[in-house]
Design a protein. Structure first.
Length: 466
């Protein structure tokens, strides 16, 4: 045999054996997929190592990923990386730009994502959602707290100040009020004329009731008795001598003076009957209506009426706001919030009124974008984007641990691997480690070649020794 072949053949055979055995060993990690039974005996190493222990493999990979890859520190460090923060900022800028420029008409067509319902008509659910949201907020303790805080703040800030002080104590205030009354209020409007006239007519019975009650007051009654006696005395003095002598002889004057309280009672009673008579009431209403039109709408507001109204309004401008609130509402400023809340919450059909207001709003602003609606300028948008971006990243940083605990990375990875068939698991592992596994085959061939070379050297040494 050729001596050179004796040196080369063992390393080559060893390299081939090392390569094949390593390739077979790697393949046996995955194959066979199921146990092979011959004559009732399961062959060794069947199924393969990974199919046999796939659940342990899945748990180990899940634990490794949770322990080494998806840790709180790693995720937080990545979120704080400038590239990630810049990506979040740019994504947010694009998103808010898109949202702010969408017309309201398109926004009201996306309520199904919020409610999970199919809208029966455009915008129905979004307006229903906003109605429920507004009504829920108005009837919530949070709204009570907001109103209490608002009116408490207003009371502390403006309670002791006058309206003139709040508006600015300008010398032009009187002229401004008079100008508004004279020029900005359309007193020639028939609707306004009817409303004012109607108010005056309705005030008539109230005034007459007040007049009767005033006449029946004890101090007023005494004054009427005194003036009645004076009137009676003056009347008697206007009579001639014989008439006065006749009255004095019969003591009629004394009797009338003594019975003056009863006379006043009878007079008030007759006046009351006359006032409450339907014909008299009709004449009073006609009188008030005519006088209202003559006094207010017949003078073209050239002078006296406007001046009186202006003077009346200015009288309130110099009184503390707390005092005015107490006079108008029988409550102090800080308690006004509860009165407003009571009126709002007791109002029947609150949801209907809110819905109607929203319908009207959407109808008049269908083509308006959010940016135009809220007057969001570029500089304002930048500030909003920066604030929202900061809050999002801050929230993500604070909630990282809770988020990872909620998704349970170990279980997620383990369940995913267990859900795959072994052929796909094999493909995944090979895709990840194909290059490394090739080196295992290569090193097997190298080791086999070295062993073969060692055998050749050992055989030569032995032959040489013999």
């Amino acid at each position: 045999m050729n001596p050179l072949l004796g040196w080369l053949l063992p390393p080559l055979v060893g390299a081939l054996i090392g390569y094949i055995t390593n390739a077979v060993a790697i393949k046996m990690l995955f194959r066979p997929l199921r146990a092979i039974v011959v004559f009732g005996i399961r062959l060794p190493f069947t199924p393969g190592i990974l199919p046999k222990q796939r659940h342990k493999l899945a748990d180990s990979i899940g634990a490794m990923v949770e322990r080494e890859l998806f840790t709180v520190e790693i995720i937080k460090a990545r979120l704080r990386h400038p590239e990630v923060r810049e990506y979040v900022r740019k994504s947010l800028v694009l998103y808010t730009e898109k949202i702010l420029n969408i017309p309201l008409e398109q926004i009201i067509h996306v309520p199904a994502a919020l409610t999970g319902k199919s809208p029966s008509s455009p915008g129905e659910d979004i307006q229903g959602f906003l109605t429920r949201l507004a009504q829920g907020f108005i009837t919530s303790p949070a709204f009570d707290s907001v109103m209490d805080k608002l009116f408490s703040t207003l009371a502390d800030t403006y309670g002791n100040r006058t309206i003139r002080d709040i508006l600015g104590n300008s010398g032009e205030l009187e002229n401004m009020v008079e100008k508004i009354i004279r020029e900005d209020i359309d007193f020639s409007n028939p609707v306004l004329e009817h409303a004012i006239t109607r108010i005056v007519e309705l005030a008539g019975p109230v005034l007459t009731d007040s007049l009767i009650q005033f006449l029946k007051k004890e101090d007023t009654h005494r004054d009427l008795e005194t003036h009645g006696r004076i009137f009676l005395t003056k009347t008697i003095l206007k009579l001639n001598v014989f008439q006065r002598l006749f009255i004095s002889a019969g003591q009629y004057d004394r009797t009338l003076l003594e019975r003056m309280p009863e006379i006043i009672d009878d007079l008030i009673l007759e006046l009351e009957h006359m006032i409450y008579d339907e014909n008299t009431n009709r004449r009073i209403r006609a009188f008030l209506r005519e006088k209202t039109r003559t006094f207010i709408f017949g003078r073209e507001f050239s002078g006296e009426f406007v001046q009186k109204i202006t003077k009346l309004i200015l009288a309130y401008l110099d009184r503390p706001l707390e005092e005015l609130i107490r006079q108008w509402t029988a409550s102090d400023f800080s308690g006004l919030g509860q009165k407003v809340l009571s009126l709002i919450k007791q109002k029947e059909g609150l949801d209907i009124k809110i819905r109607a207001a929203l319908d009207h709003f959407f109808e008049n602003h269908r083509e308006t974008s959010l940016a135009a609606l809220f007057s969001v300028e570029e500089e304002t948008k930048k500030k909003i984007d920066a604030l929202v971006c900061h809050e999002i990243l801050s929230m993500m940083d604070k909630q990282t641990e809770a988020f990872l605990n909620s998704i349970n990375v170990k279980t997620l990875v383990s369940d995913r691997i267990n859900s795959l068939d072994m052929i796909r698991v094999e493909r995944i592992v090979l895709d990840v480690m194909i290059d490394q596994l090739k080196w295992i085959n290569f090193f097997g061939a190298v080791l086999g070649a070295l062993i073969g070379l060692f055998q050749s050297f050992l055989s030569w040494f032995i032959r040489g020794g013999v």
